[in-house]
Design a protein around this ligand. Structure first.
Ligand code: FAD
Length: 280
């Protein structure tokens, strides 16, 4: 299928993109890599009257370290992250990119597009919540920063306003012992279940691994176990930890996959992610 007719606008700067989005209102959509939006337009799931192309805006692609944090520009492609040397602190980001679609998709799709698209099983959405990323957004009122945990409101629904642009994603803390793994029916498909683990937990509970799951809820689902699981960062306890995570999450049956099957995947994938994180 072909998309419905639209008017194309090429923005040369962040400011111009925001101006266009403000002028054109809800009938306009940003296009970055086009790897999600074009498919949705072809299936007529999206029918924007105006496309604001930001692919040529200078300064929106790139990866830089600032102190202990990592800043990734919104137009940075999945593949650029995959091949970047982010060892050891943020190597989990590079390692995870192999799970995102196929190489041609990774060479065009962007981190900003992935987060704005807000698919709860998308690897960037899961990683952003796991690592407490801050999403830097420009709008007509200036800059604001959204915590990843506040960005995802529901399936394919984010806290972004229609006239706001993601410009950068900041990963504020090191995660040398983190991993994401997943199960999909075919290589390159979106995951049925994905599990991401940071063995160093979150700052409030550094001795309890932090887990974020994709595919079990409409948005990435953080799971924090209680103090009984303090110190489960050693390999001898990963199985016990994974079972407790799987027992704790509420999973509903859906048309494709039973809750029982998904729960089994959660258990297996959390244990596997813990093992991978321990070897990172
Ligand atoms: C066959 C196939 C398999 C795929 N498999 C996976 C997978 O396994 N995992 C995965 O995560 N993804 C997968 N994808 C999606 C891919 O990762 C996309 O690149 C990504 O979801 C969107 O990035 P994009 O730059 O292409 O955004 P676009 O498609 O250009 O835009 C997507 C949405 O984000 C908005 N947007 C884009 N950039 C910005 C911005 N800077 N600020 C505000 N809004 C913005 C657009 O308006 C649109 O609503 C797959 C895609 C295909 C076609």
């Amino acid at each position: 299928m072909k998309p419905a007719a639209f008017t194309y606008h090429r923005a040369g700067s962040v400011r111009r993109a925001v101006e266009l989005l403000s002028e054109l209102g809800e009938d306009a959509k940003v296009i970055a890599g086009g790897q999600s939006l074009v498919a949705m337009m072809n299936y007529r799931l999206a029918r924007p009257e105006h496309l604001v192309d930001i692919a040529h805006v200078k300064g929106l692609a790139g990866i830089r370290r600032v102190g202990g944090a990592l800043h990734i520009g919104a137009l940075t492609t999945h593949h650029a992250v995959e091949v970047a040397d982010l060892t050891p602190d943020f190597a989990v980001l590079s390692r995870t990119m192999r799970w995102v679609g196929h190489l041609p998709i990774r060479t065009r799709g962007t981190i900003g597009g992935s987060l704005a698209h807000a698919d709860g099983t998308a690897e960037w959405c899961i990683l952003a919540v796991l690592l407490d990323a801050r999403i830097v957004v420009e709008g007509p009122g200036g800059t604001r920063r959204i915590a990843a945990s506040d960005l995802f409101l529901g399936p394919f629904t984010s806290a972004l306003e229609p006239d706001e642009l993601i410009v950068e994603v900041v990963f504020p803390r090191r995660a040398p012992r983190a991993a994401l793994t997943e199960y999909a029916e075919r290589r390159g498909d979106f995951a049925i279940v994905a599990a991401a683990v940071d063995l160093d937990g979150c700052p409030e509970a550094p001795d309890i691994p932090l887990v974020v799951l994709g595919g079990v809820a409409p948005t990435p689902l953080p799971v924090r176990l209680g103090p009984d699981f303090t110190g489960t960062t050693g390999p001898g306890r990963f199985g016990e930890f994974a079972t407790a995570v799987a027992d704790q999450v509420q999973i509903r049956d859906d048309t494709g996959v039973s809750a029982h099957y998904r729960r089994g995947l959660v258990r297996t994938l959390v244990e596997r992610a813990c093992e991978e994180a321990a070897q990172a």
